[in-house]
Design a protein around this ligand. Structure first.
Ligand SMILES: [Cu+2]
Length: 267
């Protein structure tokens, strides 16, 4: 599903991209002539302030939409500079420190275009930036994909989790006995120094996903749990006790090295 949508999206991008290039090659660039700051006050569209100084532009990345009428208000805070985008036929006057000028143009093709200062070697000194012209059709396609894919995926994932949620192997606490109202609850008396306990623990941790939904294995620290040891008459550290929700013993056994050995003993 995901890949199919992605493929359709990719194809539409290729088609849109191809279309753009064709149009831009055939059509001449309908750029407005350079204008003085005072001339552009009433022009509709996006206005972007760009500051120039030795030897940088702020901002140095500008993103706009294809087809948008854009006015760059260029302010020079230091030096002698202009603002030029060759591929979009954009060029301001060269101005001195403290001066402003503007240029208005229509971004009629999508892509990334370098802007730079054409004075002296300023471009080589790093007085450059990037104008990103986004294709609105592409953005719409992108939004559609973003909306569709997560909804589908998340629904499936949540359903799978609900259906396949395994049982648990976790540390004992008295309130967890309540799990035995619906599930099989097994106390695993485990000591860190006991090799056979460690083997069972290690195998349980490798097969957590295989623990049946209705089984909860609760690890009890053999060294600390004097009361529980007394209650179930436990004298050997590698002992398992199946209990009901009140903690009453249902069955008890010792040993076993894997999940299956527990499942085999359940009553
Ligand atoms: Cu310059």
């Amino acid at each position: 599903m995901k890949y199919k949508i992605f493929f359709v999206f990719a194809m539409s991008l290729i088609m849109i991209g191809g279309g753009c290039n064709k149009v831009s090659k055939e059509a001449s660039l309908p750029i407005n002539p350079n204008t003085e700051a005072g001339d552009v006050q009433n022009i509709d569209g996006l206005r972007i302030e760009v500051e120039g100084k030795n030897y940088s532009f702020t901002p140095n990345v500008i993103t706009i939409n294809k087809g948008e009428t854009v006015t760059i208000d260029f302010y020079n805070s230091q030096g002698f500079h202009d603002f030029v985008i060759d591929k979009l036929n954009v060029k301001t006057k060269k101005i001195n420190t403290g001066n402003k000028t503007s240029v208005t143009f229509v971004a009629n093709k999508a892509g990334e275009f370098e802007f730079y200062c054409s004075v002296g070697n300023h471009r080589a000194q790093g007085m450059v930036g990037k104008l990103i012209v986004k294709d609105i059709d592409e953005q719409v396609a992108e939004v559609k994909v973003l909306e569709e894919v997560p909804v589908v995926e998340e629904t499936i994932v949540v359903e799978e989790i609900l259906q396949n949620l395994p049982g648990t192997y976790e540390v004992y606490s008295p309130e967890k006995l309540a799990l035995a109202k619906e599930n099989n609850v097994v106390l695993f008396f485990h000591a860190a120094w006991c090799p056979t306990c460690r083997r069972l623990e290690s195998n349980l941790n490798k097969t957590l996903d295989d623990i049946p939904t209705d089984l909860n294995i609760l690890q009890v620290n053999y060294d600390d749990a004097n009361d529980l040891r007394k209650k179930y008459s436990i004298t050997y550290q590698h002992t398992l006790v199946q209990v009901d929700e009140k903690g009453n013993q249902i069955t008890k056994w010792t040993g076993g090295s894997d999940l299956q050995s527990i499942l085999d003993k359940l009553k």
